[in-house]
Design a protein. Sequence first.
Length: 206
Amino acid sequence: MSQFITIEGGEGAGKTTNIHFIVDYLQQAGKDLVITREPGGTEIGERLRALLLDPDNKIIDSRTELLLMFAARAQHIAEVIKPALAQGKWVICDRFTDATYAYQGAGRKISRADIAILEQWVQADLRPDITILLDVPVDIGLQRVNLRADQDRFEQEKLQFFDSVREAYLSMAKAEPKRFRVIDASKPLAEVQASLQAVLAKVCGT
Ligand code: TMP
């Protein structure tokens, strides 16, 4: 049976490395995977991503930002996610709507109710089956990000923005313990991956 798995986390949580690990594990378990990301995952979505992340776009209104996230998502669902799930594939998606609640909601202060209207309209009953939250204290995450040469529009935000993002993720995880698996991503990589392996073994029923 298909599974829709999303991976979330703040900046510098090690998403890229850990998604590689997740993908390797599931492929070895024989799962037929589609690996994708948001914003992005389609030609139009990747163009919207470029607009959204470009630090030269200094005056994107929060509502514009929210609508562009959902515009990319609508295309992604229609073109990639729904068809893959309908074919029984497992979709591994680097961020999804929880990121909107965390960044546009808690970060940009758009109400959850307003985001929920778009979520319902764009997604109907589509929700992730499992969400892996790679949680890392903001200062540790930002230390990692600051080592990178080019920072995108979100990475240039202030500490308080990222504190709100992290709190929002953790409170969503608390509110939906069946869907969320929270991994302490501040631990050494081997420990993080041991925790991921335990989660994935259960998801695969092995
Ligand atoms: P990342 O894929 O490298 O994490 O970059 C995507 C950025 O976009 C990240 O800073 C979080 C942000 N984002 C939102 O603000 N809202 C969303 O709905 C999504 C999917 C991502």
